[in-house]
Design a protein around this ligand. Sequence first.
Ligand code: ZN
Length: 285
Amino acid sequence: MPELPEVETIRRQLAPVVEGVVLERLEILDPRWCAPAAPAEVAAAVDGRRIERLGRRGKYLVFELDEEVFLVMHLRMTGNLLLGAPDETDERPHLRVRMELGTGDRLLFTDPRRFGTGVVLLGEAARDEYFGSRLGVEPLGADFTAEALGAMAAGRTAPVKAFLLSQERVAGVGNIYADEALFRAGIHPLRPVGSLTKLQLAILRDTVVVSLEAGIDARGASIDDFRNADGARGSFQDRFLVHRREGEPCPTCERPIRKLRAAGRGTYVCERCQPRPRRRKTNKP
Ligand SMILES: [Zn+2]
């Protein structure tokens, strides 16, 4: 699934193409994309509007249109947003949505598994409410501090990996970047997040940022369907430290990397560099 760095890669590629340009026509070929809203209703709200800015919040792409109209997309499992070449027909497999721009460019939303979504929000208040109920702190923003992380973690017994994956806490981090950040921090994914020391939380804050930025620098990771807006694969999968490297030597200590399950996801760890949490003593009567 595309995570923050993959969505940010698309945003950076498309922003110069779409910003300041009129969205002539939004054609929704698959009504499930915008359900429960009707495709005609969504198109009527955005057609002919100028795209002032292409933003991102967590794993969402946000087309900011004139008069505070926001077209918000999520790629989910297998969605891609591709820039159509000028001379090609749009006969792409799994094409769900086509956007025609005033410049003649086209954006094509393809999605084999059809979990991707689009929604129109009218006004900044509606946008803020939509994200407020779904997303926590933006990890590349100024609010993502060791103190903020500590306040969210205090008293919680959830494993730190599950905590990092919950979008209502830290927006945009998924399975890849959680594994990479925890390895860099030397923290086992099953550690209860509330048991981390102040120093560990400060280190984890930094390694989340470093891991996400490394992903953006590599133009994302393409381990399955993800493609950049120009159809190219990202290269971060070649730079994973532990993720998907079961049995390979740890880059720090050379002990084989183990795969285990945490938060219901395949999780990769070096149990020498990331010591397992000690069992709590239970005081049985
Ligand atoms: Zn190691």
